[in-house]
Design a binder for this molecule. Sequence first.
Ligand SMILES: Nc1ncnc2c1ncn2[C@@H]1O[C@H](COP(=O)(O)OP(=O)(O)OP(=O)(O)O)[C@@H](O)[C@H]1O
Length: 256
Amino acid sequence: MQPGGERVDGPAALPPEYSGAHAMLQARDLWLTVPARPGAVNTQHGQAEGSLHIVRGASLDLQAGVSLGIVGPSGSGKTSLLMLLAGLERPSRGSVRIDGTDLAGLTEDQRAQFRGRSIGIVFQSFHLIPSMTALENVAIPLELTGRADASRRAAEALEQVGLSHRLDHRPGQLSGGEQQRVALARAFAPGPRLLLADEPTGNLDLETGGRVADLMFALQRERGTTLVLITHDPALAARCNRVLAVSDGHLSEPVR
Ligand SMILES: Nc1ncnc2c1ncn2[C@@H]1O[C@H](COP(=O)(O)OP(=O)(O)OP(=O)(O)O)[C@@H](O)[C@H]1O
């Protein structure tokens, strides 16, 4: 990683507060270091036993409304990096600022509230609550952030992903593509400034995955949401404004 991190510029018509030096998402020298198993020799990075550096000095600046694809081999640290950006993991070193808020300055509860309002997350395996209907799954984050009209907004969000005829279906009664569309509705419904997507098409066949990706990019552009997309698929990553690669915990320009 170059000193100062990777700068990813936004589209031409950015609001003034997010142009220039004001990055919407700013990660600085992020490290995630965990203890290696007692007695285990850490050969992964050729270093002494005792600690495992899963993310190693990742930095980036991302302007509002920009999409960034992150590629890299299995086990290289992509999901771990995303967890740091979401504030779901605490960095061992470094900082994450989103819309000017330093995640380290928030308590656990404040971070959860902040995430609920400002960050949408989409996972490979959907992570819907099986006992709840599509409508309830989408309404939950809205209720948690205190929206009085959660149910109406959830219904609108499901309509926007073409699922107004599936409001009362539980995840087990939905196809994989439909479940991921529910997950997209859930992620976008609170109007997040940042969407973090971890292999959102990884559990879907090519055609269904393509349709889910089309929908995700359409919503992202329409809402001006900043997107960080993790994927194994170079073609999907290439749909983003910019692509970076993770290798052995390092973030860098991908090798072409
Ligand atoms: N809390 C943890 N403790 C120990 N090792 C961990 C922890 N979290 C992740 N790892 C290890 O760090 C490495 C990176 O994991 P990560 O899930 O970030 O990779 P990835 O690039 O997302 O992989 P994949 O593409 O297969 O999902 C893996 O070897 C994983 O086993």
